[in-house]
Design a protein around this ligand. Structure first.
Ligand code: 0WD
Length: 256
């Protein structure tokens, strides 16, 4: 399809072929977008280059960006601006929390662990929006990745649930800020998908099996489903949608 033909879209957070951002990459590529990638680590960059080559996707640009570091964010988007120019879309698919705080009691979360989860998983969207909006001179779309643990208590998700709640509130406040420039900000709330990050959450397998039992569609969610929903939100088809959270979870969130 040509939903995103001639659109320049930045994808943040491809760690490997299981990453949600990789499913999104495939959907955006199929929709005809030109893709710019950011990676935190050199190791991820090498994996990404290999993946892209295997799938015959020619990246417009790959730059390094550590979202924990304002200077790194500023430099990354400056380079993107210089080498690519106008940006039409951005995918934010990064999060982090200490593994030892993704189990047990939320009340035991340390101050540092709390701030780290907020910093990488929530504040990063604010910092990135501030930089990318300068390049979205023709309007654009920003999509982040969230999870049901923001709205409900999901066992063990703990500090990350609170970070996702802040992320979803940020989506609304940012949507109001940048709406006047023709930029939309939305989130996709994906059901559980087996990725590198998901390995850190205790009891993850139980979360997956409950989807097959209880969700209206009674089947697992995969990266490609999240990819297609993200492509929709970035496209003109979703031009009337902003500040929203779209659940891609086989309908699980509607079930009591
Ligand atoms: O079930 C799941 N897997 C779900 C994940 C359900 C619903 C939502 N999500 C969310 C995650 O919370 C996250 O926001 O989707 C997003 C992507 O998660 P993923 O695809 O499950 O995880 P993974 O494949 O591990 O990718 C996470 C990325 C990695 O990319 P890089 O390029 O850095 O290797 O986040 C990255 C992580 O390293 N990341 C950072 N990127 C830049 N700066 C940083 C950082 N400081 N810290 C972590």
């Amino acid at each position: 399809n040509s939903l995103l033909k001639n659109k320049n879209i930045v994808v943040m957070g491809v760690a490997n072929n299981r990453s949600i951002a990789w499913g999104i990459t495939k959907s955006l590529h199929n929709a005809g977008a030109n893709l710019i990638f950011t990676n935190r680590q050199e190791r991820s960059k090498q994996k990404l280059e290999k993946l892209l080559a295997q799938n015959e996707i020619d990246p417009t640009l790959i730059v390094s960006c550590d979202v924990a570091d304002d200077e790194s964010i500023v430099n990354a988007f400056q380079e993107i601006g210089e080498k690519v120019g106008t940006i039409h879309g951005l995918v934010h698919s990064v999060a982090f929390a200490n593994r030892d705080e993704l189990n047990g009691e939320y009340a035991d979360t340390s101050r540092d662990g709390y701030l780290l989860a907020q910093n990488i998983s929530s504040y990063s969207l604010v910092a990135v929006t501030r930089e990318v909006k300068k390049l979205m001179t023709e309007g654009g779309g920003i999509v982040t990745q969230t999870y049901l643990g923001a709205e409900r208590v999901v066992p063990n998700y703990n500090v990350m649930g609170v970070a996702k709640a802040a992320l979803e509130a940020s989506v609304r406040y940012l949507a109001e800020d940048v709406g006047k420039y023709g930029i939309r900000v939305n989130a996709v709330s994906a059901g559980p998908i087996r990725t590198l990050s998901a390995k850190g959450v205790s009891g993850f397998n139980d979360k997956m099996s409950v989807i097959e039992e209880k969700a209206p569609l009674r089947r697992q969610i995969d990266q490609d489903q999240v990819g297609d929903a993200t492509a929709f939100l970035l496209s003109d088809m979703a031009r009337g949608v902003t500040g929203d959270v779209l659940h891609v979870d086989s309908g699980f969130h509607i079930i009591a």
